[in-house]
Design a protein around this ligand. Structure first.
Ligand code: HAM
Length: 424
């Protein structure tokens, strides 16, 4: 039998309800914060990612799915969405009427990493990007928006880690200090780091090889070498978060795995996922729009790891795999005919239904309703039809209600809508 590709996965119907619920909640909250959806392709020219994420990053060096198409053009399955959103922003001159744009996009990304719990080769991201705002308010607002989302989803055991990676003005001074430190540890570093030292020393800070981590444990941090403007910017971000009561941890070691960041960077980390502790990550990238050929426009954004968010939600028992609102148990052919009509009418009014089409006993139909996790069962037999009253059983409370056949669909609909409002 042909199996799934390693590191790829199917999302089965038992889980899709939760994915849909999260996606809907994301759209509601992001739209409240002024974001609009953009949909971008899953493939781009390789050069776009190499130039934006950085030639020396793990993603570009080792993890991209890149191939030559039939005409020899190098294409890559996107490992992240920011580069594509920036390309679209520039290509469609979205800055022309007003440089300020807030865009979000949801979809699959591809990285050929070593698969493990919380780490896949195809994974999904919920991505948000803001263009044209240099103010520290927007940095804080994105972290607040994540806080609102995780609260709404009732996700616990998470913490925002924040750091600043400075700007081209503070970097050169820091690189000299870092260079001296790396030189003093050079023997203990892996071959990749030895090579990266001169080309891109900041990447040495992000190496995952245990011996490098140990050697770099007390490396100097950029945050202690910020220029005055970057320091003020970062202080303001923290003041706003404090004023809003959003908890965070100042994490000097947070360097992020992509080259385009400047100033504020952040991750939302969780203790619930073992080694893969980042549930979201992002930061400012004030130079990327111009580096990719657009005007000088500042930008900032983040991506949530959708798979990881779902895993944490499931661990915290946020399963939303609800069954049909009404399962109709029909006994006998005549009842089935009527049941089918009611089922269609209920579906038309927005009530989800399921029913048994085969000739099964009431006991076996009740079992199936249970298995489907139906909220109610409507029981229809010849006797009920003759007596003019049908039983609606609430599967949660076990309460049974006798409803008249006359106006039945409307009665059920009103009853269920009322229940749903109370549930919420
Ligand atoms: P990133 O930190 O590479 O940032 O990824 C963001 C999130 O995607 C991670 O925190 C994690 O939850 C999830 N993720 C990454 N790799 C995997 C994987 N192999 N399996 C499962 N989940 C994964 C970016 O991608 C940036 N583009 C974020 C950004 C947007 N920065 C500015 N704007």
């Amino acid at each position: 039998m042909i199996q799934l590709i390693k590191g790829f996965k199917d999302i089965l119907p038992e889980e899709t309800a939760l994915w849909q619920y999260i996606e809907k909640t994301v759209a509601d909250i992001f739209e409240d914060f002024g974001f609009r959806e953009i949909r971008i392709p899953i493939m781009e020219r390789t050069e776009l990612f190499a130039r934006s994420i950085g030639e020396d990053t793990d993603i570009v060096e080792k993890e991209m799915y890149t191939f030559a198409d039939r005409k020899g053009e190098l294409l890559t399955l996107r490992p992240e969405a920011t580069a594509s959103v920036v390309r679209a922003y520039i290509q469609h001159k979205m800055y022309a009427p007003d440089p300020v744009r807030k865009l979000y996009t949801v979809g699959p990304m591809f990285r050929r990493e070593r698969p493990q719990k919380g780490r896949y080769r195809q994974f999904y991201q919920i991505n948000a990007e803001v263009f044209g705002v240099a103010s520290a308010y927007i940095d804080a607002q994105l972290i607040i928006m994540l806080d609102v989302l995780f609260n709404r989803l009732m996700i616990k055991d998470i913490r925002a880690h924040i750091n600043s990676l400075g700007c081209p003005r503070c970097r050169p001074g820091f690189k000299n200090v870092l260079d001296d430190f790396i030189s003093s540890k050079i023997d203990r570093l892996c071959a990749d780091c030895k090579r990266r030292k001169d080309r891109n020393p900041l990447r040495v800070l992000d190496c995952k090889v245990p011996s490098c981590r140990e050697a770099m444990a007390d490396a100097p941090a950029l945050i202690d070498h910020l220029c005055e403007t970057c320091r003020e910017h970062f202080n303001t971000v923290q003041e706003i978060l404090n004023a809003q009561g959003v908890e965070y941890l100042l994490d000097k070691g947070l360097v992020r795995g992509l080259d385009y960041y400047t100033r504020t960077t952040f991750e939302i980390q969780t203790g619930a996922l073992g080694a893969q502790n980042a549930i979201a990550g992002g930061g400012r990238y004030d130079r990327l729009v111009s580096e990719l050929g657009g005007p000088e426009i500042p930008a900032i954004g983040f991506a949530i790891g959708f798979d990881r968010l779902v895993e944490v939600a499931l661990q915290q028992k946020r399963s939303l795999d609800h069954g049909p609102d009404v399962f109709i148990a029909a006994l006998g052919e005549k009842s089935r005919q009527v049941a089918f009509e009611w089922s269609c009418d209920l579906n038309r009014t927005g009530i989800s239904t399921d029913m048994e089409f085969a000739d099964k006993s009431l006991k076996s139909q009740m079992k199936r309703a249970n298995r489907l996790n139906a909220a109610h069962v409507l029981i229809v037999g010849e006797n009920e039809l003759a007596g003019g009253e049908i039983i609606l059983r609430n599967m949660d409370t076990k309460e049974q209600l006798a409803l008249p056949i006359e106006g039945l669909v409307k009665l059920i609909r009103d009853r269920i809508r009322e229940d749903n409002i109370i549930d919420r």
